[in-house]
Design a protein around this ligand. Structure first.
Ligand code: SF4
Length: 245
C-alpha cells in the first residue's frame, strides 16, 4: 500500500492491495505529490516481486483507467545495467511485458551487436501504463506529460533501489526526464557517462522507436549505427565497473 500525506498530516491511501505493507509515504511539495525517499540508498532492500505486485494497483495518475494493465520492468534483480524507455506500447500493454514490440526487436538487435546480453539487463519504462487515443480500432500512442512522468517516477526510484545497477541507460526524452528528474535534452547529453547518486552512472541515447520513424533506409542505418555505438559505450562502462569491483 502507498499512502500520501499532506502538510496537515492527512494521509491518503493510493493503492488498495490487501495484506501488503506501505512502501512509502508521499508528501505534497511544490504542487506535486512526491515521495520523500529520493535516493536509492534510502529505499534499498525491496524485492522486485513485491514492487511488481504493488504497481499492479497503482492509481497515482489517470493512465491506469484505459490501459489493460501495469507493465512493470523485467530482468534480474542483480542486473548491472538498467534500461529505461518511455512507456509501454500497444503490444506491451496487451502482453504485460516491456519492449516486446517492434522497438523491442530493434533494441534486442542493437544490444547483441554491442555485445550486451539482454537476459542480464533490467528493462523498464518511465511510465508504466500505456497512454493512447482510440482511433477506430487503432490505439494511437500518446507521449506522457510531465505530471504523468512525475507521478510514475516513484516506481523507477524503487526499481533503481532494488537493483542498484552500475549503469542506467535512458532511451529517449521521457526516460531522460525520469532518470534525471528534469527535462534533459538528448543530443546535448548523448554518448557520455553522467553521475547519478550512489555511484551509479547514466547514459542518454534515443528511444529505439526513433529509429523506426526515420524517413529512409540511409537515415535509419545511420541512426541505428549511432544507437549501437551508444551501447558500446555502455558495455565498456560495465566492463570498467566490473574490473573496479
Ligand atoms: S502510469 Fe504510473 S503513476 Fe500512473 S497509474 Fe500507472 S503506474 Fe501509477
Amino acid at each position: 500500500m502507498i499512502f500520501m500525506s499532506n502538510p496537515n498530516g492527512i494521509e491518503r491511501n493510493l493503492l488498495r492491495p490487501a495484506g501488503i505493507e506501505p512502501l512509502a509515504v508521499m508528501t505534497f511539495l511544490n504542487g506535486d505529490w512526491k515521495t520523500p525517499m529520493t535516493t536509492a540508498s534510502r529505499m534499498s532492500g525491496l524485492s522486485l516481486k513485491i514492487l511488481r505486485q504493488e504497481a499492479r494497483h497503482c492509481r497515482a495518475c489517470h493512465l491506469w483507467k484505459n490501459a489493460t494493465q501495469t507493465v512493470f520492468g523485467e530482468g534480474p534483480q542483480n542486473a548491472q545495467m538498467m534500461l529505461v524507455g518511455e512507456q509501454p506500447g500497444d503490444k506491451e500493454d496487451l502482453a504485460g511485458k516491456p519492449f516486446v514490440g517492434p522497438a523491442g526487436l530493434m533494441l534486442d538487435r542493437a544490444l547483441e551487436e554491442a555485445g550486451i546480453d539482454r537476459r542480464k539487463v533490467y528493462v523498464t519504462n518511465a511510465v508504466k501504463h500505456f497512454k493512447f487515443v482510440q482511433r477506430g480500432k487503432i490505439r494511437l500512442h500518446q507521449k506522457p506529460n510531465t505530471a504523468e512522468i512525475k507521478a510514475c517516477r516513484q516506481w523507477y526510484e524503487r526499481e533503481l533501489a532494488a537493483i542498484k545497477p552500475a549503469l542506467v541507460v535512458a532511451m529517449g526524452a521521457t526516460a531522460a526526464q525520469c532518470v534525471f528528474n528534469k527535462i534533459t535534452p538528448i543530443n546535448k547529453n548523448r554518448g557520455r557517462l553522467i553521475d547519478l547518486d550512489d555511484g551509479i552512472k547514466a547514459l542518454v541515447t534515443v528511444h529505439p522507436s526513433y529509429l523506426l520513424r526515420q524517413p529512409d533506409a540511409d537515415a535509419k542505418a545511420l541512426e541505428y549505427a549511432r544507437f549501437v555505438d551508444d551501447f558500446r559505450i555502455a558495455a565498456a562502462a560495465l566492463r570498467k565497473s566490473a574490473r573496479a569491483a
